[in-house]
Design a protein around this ligand. Structure first.
Ligand code: GLN
Length: 303
């Protein structure tokens, strides 16, 4: 497979979509990013990386981090996390409160904000320093010791984090958080603020394509749990657009409001695309278009 040729064809095909949509406004530090960026990378099973456009430029990974924190919770604590969070699509926006009351403070899945807060809480309990454990893992897997949090993004989100605080306090009232709400929020905002490039993200997600094996060949997760994360990405990774993402792209994927999307082709490769213009559901317009084009071109959708 000519990965480089495929990436260049994809980039040319989505030119008209780049700059479409709106950059996330509710986190002021993200609102100043230009919508005109586009980058895409593929990491193969051996850790060889191919890229096009702005694929080495760091961006705010935001909710892509939820994939990694879930993997680390499973790696440290096993499947008991599923007593605290469900694994059904929510059909609601990523920051929705409404279902929590009907489900006694147990979020529908680990990728909506409520679910990710529960996962971060578990990671904090299991490790004592959730955001640092996450950053260390990302540095190791992407072979990039320079990866860092962006304090301006983390603080900006802290200053405008009323919705996430509401979610966390509401779940705490049902006893679904172990740690104090401010601690959980702090780790969650810092984990979302990590700056990574498409190259870094594609490499860091390699364990999902390698059925649980880390970049150094050691096992992070049993095959079963790697399979399960990919399944939850497919059904819940793009929130209330998960059906449309499966229809267009047909891969496990996880988006973030920084405009990045990670997608996995199990047994073959991991992709990351970044373009900051978002659709109404918070997914990158050009990013989804690029993945749609890629899986049609290669026939590598899981469908
Ligand atoms: N940090 C963002 C938030 O909590 C993440 C949302 C996202 O990327 N979808 O709102």
């Amino acid at each position: 497979m000519d990965y480089q040729g495929a990436l260049e064809e994809v980039a040319a095909a989505v030119q008209a979509q780049i700059g479409q949509g709106q950059v996330a406004q509710y986190i002021p530090a993200l609102a100043s990013v230009s919508a005109d960026h586009f980058g895409m990378a593929i990491a193969d099973m051996d850790g060889e990386v191919y890229g096009v456009g702005d694929w080495t430029q760091p961006f705010s990974i935001q909710s892509i981090s939820k994939t990694f924190s879930l993997a680390l919770v499973l790696a440290h604590g096993g499947e008991v996390i599923w007593e605290r969070v469900g694994r059904e699509p929510s059909g609601s926006s990523f920051n929705s409160l409404v279902q929590l009351e009907y489900e006694n403070g147990v979020p529908r899945n680990p990728f909506i904000n409520a679910g990710a807060l529960v996962v971060t809480d578990r990671l904090q309990t299991l490790t004592g320093d959730a955001s640092t454990v996450l950053l260390d893992f990302l540095r190791a897997e992407s072979n990039n010791p320079n990866l860092a949090f962006d304090p301006s993004v983390a603080l900006s989100e802290t200053d405008h984090g009323d919705r996430n605080a509401a979610l966390a306090y509401f779940m705490a009232s049902y006893g679904n958080l172990d740690n104090p709400v401010p601690t959980v929020l702090q780790h969650y905002f810092w984990q979302c603020s990590v700056e990574m490039s498409c190259r870094d993200v594609a490499l860091a997600g390699g364990f999902l394509a390698r059925h649980g094996l880390r970049a150094d060949g050691t096992r992070l997760l049993p095959r079963r749990e790697a399979k399960q994360i990919n399944a939850v990405m497919l059904t819940c990774g793009t929130y209330d657009a998960a059906g449309d993402f499966a229809y267009r792209v047909g891969l496990p994927g996880k988006s973030g409001v920084g405009g990045g999307i990670i997608a996995v082709i199990p047994g073959r490769c991991t992709l990351c695309v970044w373009s900051p213009g978002l659709d109404a559901r918070g997914n990158s317009v050009a990013g989804v278009a690029a993945l749609d084009y890629f899986t049609t071109l290669t026939g590598w959708s899981v469908f």
